[in-house]
Design a protein. Structure first.
Lengths: 360, 316
């Protein structure tokens, strides 16, 4: 028989097997749907750097018309819930207990010194920064307004792509990247190691099957799980969380396929080092965690030390994330991100070549 | 088809080392078409390593393997289309049905269309799996799993069949049917290599090789092996007091081993001991303890006796 035709017949048989096993396994169906939904809920509702309804203590020992006007201005932002305390001591206790996140203090000598004090809970540095920033900005503006002073320069700020600077449109597209990397790296590693553990892999290799045919079928099955998750999360992000989708689906799909080359390669590489499924799982987490941290998913890369920033160049997730955020928020298209697509293709090829060489 | 003189499996100087450990040590195997060749030995003697090399799953450290006229070391993939393999452990997919497993194998061997359908039906019929085609393989009883393993190995009509402890854990009836099938396959001209540690199964083989510590220490047809002179004679004691004799015999200096066997005792003497010495001992004890001896005669050697003797010779 023609060797190419024989190879295609084998590949078709293997693909049938992989997809049957995939769809038949209840744990697999769970793994495909529940973790993505869970992450969506976690990041859609729980994780947010935004300051909304921050509990603030107000200690107004001056009680002048000016302080009342300032208090009213803070209340009017709608971002803070104000609690009035007669003295500093009980307010400090509330801060200790974590019941409030900051204290706004007008001392009895406010009239003469014209100084208001903000004390924030620095144990949560991120929100402390946001709260002090917003409070002081509000106070400044209100003070200027009541004094009738025009600021020398008018600053008009606009945020493009995410007009209200919400965290959701920033985080939710990123979930696609984290879910795809977690699902596909773990799945690739686990299914290959599982077949080795059960002896089914060795049994396959007594047949005329080539290792590459076996791996291609496996990777095709895992890649389709990854693409399924991309589509699932995108639909929910747009339909439920009102995240915009300004680019095109082709760009997202192309980016996902290029990224899958890396994650499948990494999964395969892990499978070549792990002897049991538990080892594979553990190794996968060791690899995935730094990939996510270095990707810029939660922590901006430009804030990292220079050496760490160089490391992020090797993280395919970094480029995937840029592509995904662009497709959702900016829509500037594939052309604007040729570098990212190119890097993913490069890293993906390297990962595949390396892993295929090792799996022999 | 090759002419009958050329062996279907030929391994010369086959050696496999794992680090310092030599699992298989310069063995020579030749299996003719239509022959059932048995590889015997205890666990760890090197049988499974040997069969894995012969199937092309494990490259040999040194040596030459030719299976169905193909060089297994250099062209393993070409040879694989000619061989069928049944693993010791069930190694098809438990989460696929019987038919799905067989279809997968059919695809892997490039079977398509009418021939594929024909071969699948034939395999299901041959191994009595027709009513079980829609059952998940993982849910099958062990004997059925073994049959499925054999069905999968026969789909592509291989010229050579490798069976690694195919009947371990299978009930005696199923084992017998399994062997009947093996004979039918051999009659059709297939060369069969089987590993086992069941002595009764070893007798079913046309030729046997006994492995110990990676080497073949005895080889021949079962008859040839049974005719080998034993350095340690075996006597058969027939007595209504066999149970008491058994307890006593353990303490006699002439005796190496006592094996109760169908109401009689098989008594193996130490090397160099004359059967007459035991006869005298038995008579004296019988009188002293008022035990009855119906008969004490030299026993026909069994394969196990031969192997125990060979293994002991080699241990010295």
């Amino acid at each position: 028989m023609n060797p190419v035709r024989a190879s295609l017949i084998r590949l078709r048989a293997l693909l049938g097997k992989e997809f049957r096993q995939l769809l038949r396994d209840p744990r697999m169906r769970f793994f495909m749907v529940v973790p993505p939904l869970f992450q969506l809920m976690a990041f859609g509702y729980a994780a947010s750097f935004d300051v909304r309804h921050a509990e603030i203590a107000v200690v107004d020992q001056a009680q002048t018309p000016a302080t009342r006007a300032l208090r009213a201005a803070v209340a009017a932002t709608g971002r803070f819930t104000l609690h009035y305390f007669p003295a500093m001591a009980p307010a400090a206790t509330a801060l200790d207990r974590g019941e409030i996140r900051a204290i706004l203090h007008f001392a009895p000598d406010f009239e003469t010194k014209q100084t208001a004090q903000i004390i924030a809970d620095g144990s949560d540095s991120n929100s402390a920064q946001m709260i002090t920033g917003q409070l002081s900005q509000t106070l400044q503006q209100s003070a200027r307004l009541s004094a009738g002073i025009e600021p020398p320069v008018h600053i008009e700020d606009r945020a493009w792509f995410n007009e209200n600077l919400d965290d959701r449109p920033y985080f939710i597209p990123g979930i696609i990247a984290t879910i795809v990397v977690i699902t596909t790296v773990i799945l690739t590693a686990m299914t290959v190691v599982r077949e080795r553990e059960l002896g089914t892999l060795e049994r396959l290799l007594v047949t005329p099957v080539a290792r590459l045919e076996f791996l291609v079928a496996k990777m095709a099955a895992v890649a389709s799980v990854g693409l399924f998750d991309v589509i699932l999360i995108s639909v929910i992000a747009v339909a439920w969380f009102d995240v915009p989708f300004r680019g095109n689906g082709i760009g997202l799909l192309a980016g996902s396929l290029l990224f899958l080359m890396s994650s499948l390669g990494i999964g395969l590489l892990i499978s070549s080092y792990a002897e049991t499924q538990q080892q594979a799982m553990l190794l996968a987490f060791f690899v995935i965690m730094p990939m996510v941290v270095l990707s810029g998913f939660a922590f901006p890369i430009r804030n990292m030390p220079a050496v760490v920033q160089w490391l992020t160049w090797l993280d395919p997730l970094r480029y995937y994330l840029v592509v995904i955020r662009d497709v959702f928020l900016k829509g500037s298209g594939i052309g604007a991100h040729g570098f990212e697509y190119g890097m993913m293709a490069l890293l993906g090829t390297a990962a595949l070549v390396l892993s295929l060489a090792r799996v022999k | 088809m090759s002419d009958a003189a050329a062996p279907l499996i030929l391994a010369e100087d086959l050696t496999r080392r794992f680090g310092d450990f030599t699992a298989v040590d310069h063995i020579h195997v030749a299996v003719q078409p239509g022959e059932v060749f048995g590889l015997l030995g205890a666990n760890g003697a090197g049988k499974t390593t040997a069969i894995r090399m012969l199937c092309g799953m494990l490259p040999p450290t040194t040596g030459r393997i030719q299976v169905a006229d193909v060089d297994m070391v250099r062209h393993a993939r070409r040879a694989r289309g000619q061989i069928g393999y049944v693993a010791q452990r069930f190694s098809l997919y438990g989460d696929l049905t019987v038919l799905e497993n067989l279809s997968l194998q059919a695809g892997l061997y490039g079977l398509t269309g009418a021939r594929r359908h024909e071969r699948l039906e034939e395999a299901l019929r041959l191994l009595n799996l027709r009513e079980h085609r829609a059952v998940m393989a993982g849910a099958l009883p062990l004997g059925y799993k073994q049959r499925l393993g054999l069905a999968a190995a026969l789909l592509h009509e291989p010229r050579v069949l490798f069976l690694d402890e195919p009947t371990s854990g299978v009930d005696p009836m199923a084992r017998q049917r399994f062997w009947e099938l093996i004979y039918d396959l051999a009659d059709s001209g297939i060369g069969i290599l089987v590993t086992t540690h069941y002595m009764d199964e070893a007798l079913f083989c046309d030729r046997l090789a006994l492995m110990q510590a990676g080497r073949v220490v005895a080889e021949g047809t079962p008859d040839e092996l049974l005719r080998r002179p034993l350095p340690t004679p075996i006597l058969e004691l027939d007595s209504p007091d066999a149970v008491r004799f058994e307890r006593l015999a353990h303490t006699w200096p002439e005796v190496r081993e006592v094996i109760p066997h169908a109401g009689q005792l098989r008594i193996r003497l130490r090397a160099g001991t004359e059967p007459a010495a035991l006869r005298a001992r038995v008579d004296a004890v019988a009188v002293e303890q008022r035990l009855t001896v119906t008969a004490l005669r030299p026993a026909a050697p069994e394969l196990e006796d031969v192997f125990v003797a060979v293994l002991e010779e080699n241990e010295v």
